[in-house]
Design a protein around this ligand. Structure first.
Ligand code: MF3
Ligand code: CO
Ligand code: CO
Length: 258
């Protein structure tokens, strides 16, 4: 590929790959009896050992190196001494910086047997992200992404969180444009080759309203309903898209038995 964004894409590929490999590595560690702090430490060490930094560390005072969002936590859950137990559903969100470029990706993990309700929500959330990704190409518009996600999940009775969105990402963690996970076809900014951003729908079993706890970070569903999220960092190519954060082990949604 020779064009004015090939060097940027090469760096995005390296950072995205490290973030994805971190989640791949964590997959076997996210189990009953493990604290979310332990997941944080393992992620931090792995990223450091592989030539990167964890972006959340010191990001606007966050202090931990990744986010662990359990059950009705929508996003930005802070790792703690909380021990994972049977029936928990957890999102782990990793952002690695390599050579100044960022790779941002998250997946859901389940501890032991979870309810059918949780399984359905998780599967729908994964599928909604992929539907948002699969339409990507130059000429499509940001509203088309939101439309794909929103129409798919609302038809199943779920809601799309409004207060948090995807974002442009390159050698800056969060940059324009905002990527809303709801919207109307044929509206919004037009996609162009070289654009890089995340798609990271947060989907609730109940209503879409969220509130942020007193720690200033943890966002939860107001009605305490379950929430799920997946995230990929992608780039727009000449006629399609590239996912920078694809699992090296081929993991998609749980259960991760490959
Ligand atoms: N990884 C999150 C995102 O997808 C951002 C986390 S910021 C933190 O944009 F400080 F909470 F880690
Ligand atoms: Co993100
Ligand atoms: Co993220």
């Amino acid at each position: 590929m020779t064009n004015n964004y090939s060097e940027k894409f090469e760096k995005m590929r390296i950072a995205g790959n490290l973030a994805a490999k971190t989640l791949d590595m964590l997959t076997n560690e996210i189990k009953e009896g493990v604290s979310t702090d332990k997941i944080d430490t393992l992620g931090y060490e792995f990223i450091k050992d592989n030539g990167g930094y964890s972006a959340p560390q010191f990001y606007r005072g966050f202090k931990k190196s990744l986010c662990t969002s359990l059950n009705h936590v929508v996003c930005h859950g802070i790792p703690s001494d909380r021990i994972l137990k049977e029936g928990d559903a957890i999102n782990v969100d990793v952002t690695a910086i390599v050579n100044e470029y960022y790779g941002d990706t998250s997946r859901m993990f389940v501890i032991g047997d979870v309810s059918i309700k949780a399984t359905n929500l998780i599967n729908t959330t994964y599928e909604s992200m992929m539907r948002g990704i699969e339409i990507l190409k130059p000429g499509k518009r940001l509203g088309d992404i939101g439309y794909e996600i929103q129409s798919y999940v609302e038809e199943k009775g779920y809601s799309v969180v409004r207060d948090f969105c995807g974002h442009g990402i390159s050698n800056i963690f969060h940059e324009p444009p905002n990527i809303l996970h709801y919207g109307k076809k044929n509206t919004g900014v037009e996609l162009r080759p070289g654009m890089t951003f995340t798609i990271e729908p947060m989907i609730n079993d109940g209503k879409y309203d969220v509130k942020v706890l007193n720690d200033g970070w943890t966002a939860v569903t107001k009605d305490k309903s379950l929430s799920a999220q997946f995230e990929h960092t992608i780039g727009i190519t000449e006629d399609s898209y590239e996912i920078f954060t694809e699992s090296v082990k081929g993991y998609k949604g749980p259960p991760y038995k490959i």
